[in-house]
Design a protein around this ligand. Sequence first.
Ligand code: PLP
Length: 417
Amino acid sequence: MMKLSLFGQKFTRHSGISQLMEDMNDGLRSAGSIMLGGGNPARIPAMEAYFSELCREMSAEGTLSEALCNYDGPQGKDTLLNALAALLRKEFNWPITAANIALTNGSQSAFFYLFNLFAGRNQDGGMRRVLFPLAPEYLGYGDAGLEEAMFVSAKPTIELLPEGQFKYHVDFDNLRVGDDIGLICVSRPTNPTGNVITDDELIRLDTLARQHDIPLLIDNAYGLPFPGIMFTEARPLWNPNIILAMSLSKLGLPGVRCGIVVANEAVISAIRNMNGIISLAPGSLGPAMANRLIEKDDLIRLSNDVVKPFYQQRLAETLTILRRYLPPERCLIHKPEGAIFLWLWFPELPISTEALYQRLKQRGVLMVPGHYFFPGLEQDWRHTRQCMRMNYVPEAEQIERGIAILAQEIERAHRET
Ligand code: PLP
């Protein structure tokens, strides 16, 4: 029996994310299973071909060896920091320089840093928390606090839309930002729902954060200007009180583990120091590739011309298939505005979506039950057991087989009651 510290006990627990990752691995191993569960980006042939060619080029010119054989600085490779700053200035007119950007080993580790920088126990013994102003929210946040009970989330309002769709909104009338809140965090586009909170909602959150003198963290893993998996008009926002997290993962490079944080210089300096202590330096390969992508003017071009249309096409196919098997009376769909997921709501389902998930898993179909996506929600809310997340990453024919089984299991659950 290992004698573990409190940290050891907390971080070796079987978290929601570990269960999910194990299921995804099991799914990958067992032939024939239909993986609509995980958040792995699609293998887009044109992107894979591009990355292979890029590696060949970099190998020939020596930049690959340079990246493989050297540590970058703890803030990340400075040529990329400069190139990214120039790109964001040009795209959005934001007043930023390399001193406003730090790289991390994936944006997931940036969230770990940032949550624990701004929330947790402070010098006076008080406890501060991270507020998710709109749950459902990304399940990867929920276990990333060094302390217990570090997250609070707020229920949304639900707008019903035509054709069996709906959209969540921030419930500003009931949103409480107490003195115990140290950071507000929102993913935009949102994993799991595909929601993109509106410009107006974002501006109101920004104002609230500034009124309370706490940062607003916006997780832009799917957003603009790259990978650009957004199907609605919405403007990215940054100012020195906003911390914007980005990533190379959803462009198709999850393996290089490259996260990007854009923030004021004090936050960037904190991240640089944490990087130094925790990992010496972020990995060099992703930044070297991103740097070449920017030099060749391909980062935004590929996002707009390859990645976004790929997912948009998959999304359209998946919506058509879903409606062929499941009418609005059985299944409502969150308006898909971005990211790579559909969020399904079964208001009349007689069993919980956890039970439905188990039944689907038995039949080789993996989706994620909704209750994982409410980190820190204090009230019991039936809605959390009525939703399910599926990705639209596999090919249409596989998605159709998965949805056919989903529809059968839903009918079976209705028949049983
Ligand atoms: N944020 C969101 C909303 C995500 O969906 C993911 C991955 O699925 C991440 C952050 C973490 O991505 P990475 O650590 O690969 O940058």
